[in-house]
Design a protein around this ligand. Structure first.
Ligand SMILES: Cc1ncc(COP(=O)(O)O)c(C=O)c1O
Length: 426
């Protein structure tokens, strides 16, 4: 998703109220989506009730782990029972690839490989891209470990050079820094779509154009946007994009996926492999030859947990029933409410690190007395059952909050109250 469409959507009013009737059970949601005059908040309330987490916590850390609605948990458990009672352990991974393709803006399933997490998608690229010792990769100074370690591991193995470029809230500055950092040896730019630290939304489209204009590639660590903001990888122009099911898509933990274009697949050799990544190798028939699948499934191999991927399929279908545009506008509305609630509490107490023009589901603040950031998070949890994330990366010593469709406006009010109270002791 580019910045312009993001800002345009953020300005949209929430879509017309379409809600589930009857009990808010999983079945009611799955089978009876009806128009209801109960209003927008009643609609979101019916969705919220499908998340067991809401009974236990004020959960403001979807950025780390997305709790699943009952429909997903049930799909996973049903499939476990199915496998163990029938020995039928496969699943329709082509259908899943197509569904993931829709999440990413309508790309073919052939360009998708399922993985187990974001880091695996990043590792496929970092370990498999054809590079010579001395070739360079540009990263940002705000990488998650999953975004940096695969490249640093490659550097240790093969002597490639990893360079870090500092991000700025001003996209033009960030762009110029990348432009300046590029050399004749730069093979690829690898950036997060949305940083896990300060919640920066990067100018991915411009960086893709920059990379391509210099004969390099653009890879995106898309841990966060899918299931939070609408994503269109074709529009972004990236060569590959890695994400997961276990954050904003609210799917099973240990599910991920990699989008990689046909052209880029020619540059990225599968590093680990096994049966099903190839065109059916056979000792007698293949004459010693190995031919990988032409599709992105060449990066996926061997026995998989069908229950988890059936659960990911269910998670995507569950979100599609609501609609990705509607999910995005709800998350942005809640974040707006959260930021407006925080604003009057800030004076003398904290700085807002996430710029308003990069608003998403993730908001990071830094206490003036930042040494107390862990105590602050503990106090929020102990007093208000409010689960948030600390941001220790790069000595940032900050606190991060995120919201999703199971968050209610009342939750945000309770969050603001809790933060206001706990700020008094830091
Ligand atoms: C930006 C970013 N990249 C990568 C990761 C790693 O994700 P995973 O554990 O699915 O590999 C995370 C996890 O929080 C992240 O925020």
């Amino acid at each position: 998703m580019n910045r312009r469409s993001f800002l345009k959507l953020s300005a949209l009013a929430p879509a017309a109220a379409t809600v589930t009737l009857g009990s808010a059970s999983r079945d009611a949601f799955a089978d009876e989506i009806l128009t209801f005059a109960g209003g927008e908040e009643a609609y979101w309330d019916s969705i919220r009730k499908q998340f067991p987490i809401t009974k236990n916590l004020l959960f403001f850390n979807n950025g780390t782990m997305g709790p699943s609605p009952l429909a997903v948990t049930e799909a996973v458990t049903k499939q476990i029972v199915h496998v163990d009672s029938t020995a039928d352990y496969g699943y329709d991974h082509e259908k899943l690839n197509q569904s993931i393709g829709r999440v990413l803006g309508g790309v073919p399933g052939d360009d998708i490989a399922t993985t187990h997490n974001v880091s695996e998608g990043i590792s496929i690229i970092a370990s498999g891209l054809r590079m010579q010792p001395g070739d360079e990769v540009l990263l940002t100074n705000q990488e998650h470990g999953g975004g940096a370690v695969p490249w640093l591991a490659r550097a240790k193995r093969h002597g490639i050079v990893v360079k870090f470029v500092e991000l700025d809230p001003n996209d033009d500055v960030t762009f110029e820094r990348f432009e300046k950092a590029m050399t004749g040896r730069t093979k690829i730019i690898s950036v997060p779509h949305l940083t896990c630290t300060m919640g920066y939304l990067l100018p991915v489209k411009r960086l893709a154009e920059l990379a391509h204009s210099k004969g390099a590639y653009l890879f995106v660590d898309g841990a966060h946007p899918p299931g939070m903001l609408q994503v269109n990888v074709k529009d972004l122009g990236c060569d590959a994009y890695a994400s997961c099911g276990h954050k904003w898509l609210l799917g099973p933990k240990g599910t991920g996926f990699l989008y990689i274009t046909k052209e880029f697949r020619e540059q990225v050799m599968p590093s680990w492999s096994g049966a099903e990544a190839d065109k059916h190798w056979d000792y007698l028939a293949s004459d010693g030859n190995l031919e990988f699948l032409p599709t992105a499934s060449r990066y996926r191999f061997a026995t998989q947990s069908s229950s988890l991927y059936v659960g990911l399929q269910a998670a995507i279908e569950w979100q599609e029933k609501i609609g990705f545009a509607k999910i995005e506008s709800r998350i942005l509305e809640l974040t707006k409410q959260l930021r407006e609630g925080l604003a009057p509490l800030a004076a003398g107490k904290f700085d807002m690190l996430t710029p308003s023009h990069m608003m998403s589901g993730v908001t990071t603040i830094k206490l003036k007395n930042s040494k107390r950031y862990i105590d602050f998070a503990h106090e929020l949890e102990n007093k208000y059952k409010l689960r948030t994330r600390i941001v220790p990366e790069n000595d940032l010593e900050a606190n991060r909050f995120s919201v999703h469709v199971y968050t209610s406006e009342k939750d945000v009010e309770k969050f603001i109250h809790g933060v206001g109270d706990c700020l008094s002791s830091v």
